[in-house]
Design a protein around this ligand. Structure first.
Ligand code: ARG
Length: 459
């Protein structure tokens, strides 16, 4: 047991209590943030004449030594300490002696941990931001190549109307773009520095909180010390943003699994992203997509767990808040891994364009367009709907597509039909006549792609 307190205690902490209370097992990953935060704190203390220049230099040198030694493996983070803050401070005192004991002047572990966690979350948000950009980039390139790759669009998982692969992927571009914007928005809102809040009521030292905040890249200090030490909103926001990212990845995974199935064969997942079966030699399974879909539950769980942990906590800091870390770390790691793997899988996946197009040709995805043809020739839509219904029935009997039904059969049901019906209901026509903003027509899609390209250049 190695703890920073103990003066007012007459007994040793029970070992089980100590272990239950300790957080070093998981907060050890905050070592770099903890040390950087301490360095900024010490620079500010010296600037305010609370520490001497010499003390500042000794402490900073000591802290930098600890950071590089941990990083290059010379110093291991011993779990005999209660938490990462205790480890860093105790190691500093062990290494530099007296000046090390002044590091914690004007600070509490409450504002210290609030700072560490904010810095960690902020840097993870930036990594996630990059990963989302990578995914958006892969989607955009694939879209650019597939403006005329026809496939069925589905509702109720039943073939509905023809779209293109570019259009289908564009729906995911929209989702992940919103996710990207949400992370940026979160970073803006969370970027205030809690250091200097003290335990809850600030401190009596003349700290320059603005200076510390700017050293650490924050927009400014938090404005209420009680909120400063007990705000975990930004973690809830992050987990909620991650939940949406996972929801989108999960829906996409589900589609990849369906598309990769033996029945569909719209895509083939690369060997490098597939797995085999221990018994069935023929198998090539989409495990990565399934795992991404499955891991979505963990991230939702983390969001729910943190919301429930936080809901009854009175001001200001309470130990319940230590529970934020394991959930946040697990959810961040999960989302980061899932984004990385999913993007890799997508980038290497083969699209069987002929199969997609063939599937769009069968299944009457152009039935609406036959009705539109009639409407354009003066038939009321409700009548047209009935006529096309009869045509579809006829085609089902003959086991052919609407494109293959002879003109005389068309004309037996309505003499409005002429030779140009075939051109009017070809996949190409069906798609390219849909040119309102957001529709799959090539012209409309090209305008949207231009907006996406600009977005990725500017963000
Ligand atoms: N391990 C603690 C946490 O993660 C650090 C803060 C401890 N503060 C305290 N007053 N016990 O929240």
């Amino acid at each position: 047991m190695a703890q920073l307190w103990g003066g007012r205690f007459t007994k040793e902490t029970d070992q089980l209590v100590y272990d239950f209370n300790a957080s070093i097992r998981f907060d050890r990953r905050l070592y770099a943030e903890d040390i950087r935060g301490s360095i900024a704190h010490v620079m500010m203390l010296a600037r305010q004449n609370i520490l001497t220049e010499a003390e500042k230099e000794d402490i900073i040198e000591g802290l930098e030594g600890i950071l590089s030694d941990v990083e290059n493996g010379k110093l291991s983070i011993s779990e005999k300490y209660e938490d990462i803050h205790s480890f860093v401070e105790a190691t500093l005192i062990e290494r530099i002696g007296e000046p090390g004991k002044k590091l914690h002047t004007g600070r509490s572990r409450n504002d210290q941990v609030a700072l560490d966690m904010k810095m960690y979350v902020r840097s993870e948000v930036r990594k996630l931001d990059d990963l989302l950009r990578d995914l958006l980039q892969v989607l955009l390139s694939t879209m650019e190549e597939n403006l005329e790759t026809y496939m069925p669009g589905f509702t109720h998982l039943q073939k509905a109307q023809p779209v293109t692969l570019a259009h289908h992927l564009g729906a995911y571009f929209e989702m992940f773009k919103r996710d990207h914007e949400r992370l940026r928005d979160l970073e803006k809102r969370m970027n205030t520095c809690p250091l200097g809040s003290g335990a809850l009521a600030g401190t009596t030292y003349p700290l320059d909180r603005q200076y510390t905040a700017s050293l650490l890249g924050f927009d400014g200090p938090t404005l209420n010390s009680m909120d400063g030490v007990s705000d975990r909103d930004y973690i809830v926001e992050l987990l909620s943003d991650l939940s949406l990212i996972m929801m989108h990845l999960s829906r996409f995974s589900e589609e990849v699994i369906i598309w990769n199935s033996n029945e569909y064969q719209f895509v083939e997942i690369d060997d490098a992203y597939s797995t085999g079966s221990s018994i069935m030699p023929q198998k090539k399974n989409p495990d990565i997509a399934e795992l991404v879909r499955g891991k979505t539950g963990r991230v939702y769980g983390a969001l729910n767990a943190l919301l429930v942990s936080m809901k009854g906590i009175p001001l200001a800091y309470n130990k319940d808040m230590q529970e934020d870390k394991e959930w946040a770390f697990d959810a961040i790691d999960t989302a980061r891994h899932c984004l990385t793997l999913f993007t890799g899988m997508l980038e290497t996946m083969q699209y069987h364009k002929d199969r997609m197009e063939e599937s769009a040709r069968h299944g009457f995805t152009n039935a609406t367009d036959v009705a539109d043809y009639l409407v354009n020739h003066g038939v009321a839509f409700r009548d047209a709907h009935g006529i096309v219904g009869r045509l579809v029935l006829l085609c089902i009997e003959k086991n052919i597509a609407l494109d293959d039904l002879p003109l005389e059969e068309y004309r037996k049901i309505s003499d409005v039909f002429e030779e140009d019906i075939y051109e009017a209901i070809s996949l190409k026509t069906c798609v390219n006549r849909r040119v309102t903003t957001g529709a799959p027509g090539k012209e409309a899609m090209e305008q949207v792609l231009e907006i996406y390209r600009t977005y990725l250049e500017e963000n």
